[in-house]
Design a protein around this ligand. Sequence first.
Ligand code: SF4
Length: 292
Amino acid sequence: MNYDMPLYRPPSEGRSLIFQITLGCSWNKCLFCGMYKGKRFRVRPWEEIEKDITEMSWMMPDTRKVFLADGDPLGVDTGFLIRVLDLINEKFPRLERISTYAGPTNLMEKSLEELRELSERKLDVLYLGIETGNDALLKKICKGATADEIIEGSRKAIDAGLRMSTFIILGLGGVEGSFDHAKDSARVANAIDPQFLACLTLMLGQYEEIYEKKLMGGNFKLIDRLQSLQELRWFVEDLDVSDCKFGTEHASNYLPLNGRLPEDKERILEIIDRALKGGRSGMLRPEWLRGL
Ligand code: SF4
């Protein structure tokens, strides 16, 4: 099987067998995201997908976890997706779960019944970027969905039996929008009540200046690492979820943390406070290690 590069998957899918059902992202407009800017979106032909799945079932018959790529296979027609899931289930008898990225627009387009049919075929975890719960910011970054639509789509998926792995991006609102971004994102996370919640930190590298001046415009200024800790604090202190694995271990973050919410909330806040008080202490990941 040959992959059409670049190929992305969440860190937690490191042991999963990946099948590319689509190439690129059907939306592909988010300002902060360059993942699929060089790929035109298309659904791969059935014959190619069938060949990949069949070949890999000979090579890795004991596969338990499968991840569907690229950006948003949920954007594919449900009948086609069911055919793909049925074939994966048939070819891998020890299969435990299938996961994939999902965009909010995909979830809006699928009915509860359609999502149930996918869940019954072992589609289990959906990775969804909330990015921010702030509507003005969602519009500015061209996410293509409002906070209410993100909540509605995610709740529908959970009601259908799927598990949501959601994330927000620290720094997305810049210095000026930091507080509102944190508070609105916590409100949306609480309304979704996901099974997994993670934070990433905006990393733009060489595109920093273009992003600040040309794309976001006005007075937009990226936050620094202490401001990102403060933003994380504002976010976590408002979280009120029922049973959620929380983590900031992604390589883009300055302070790697993990725990279960709600039980570990106070411990997580204490660590953030210690890091904030310590200033530029050894608790924080050095700049050169971010993204590695
Ligand atoms: S929906 Fe996801 S993959 Fe597509 S452009 Fe936005 S962030 Fe990138």
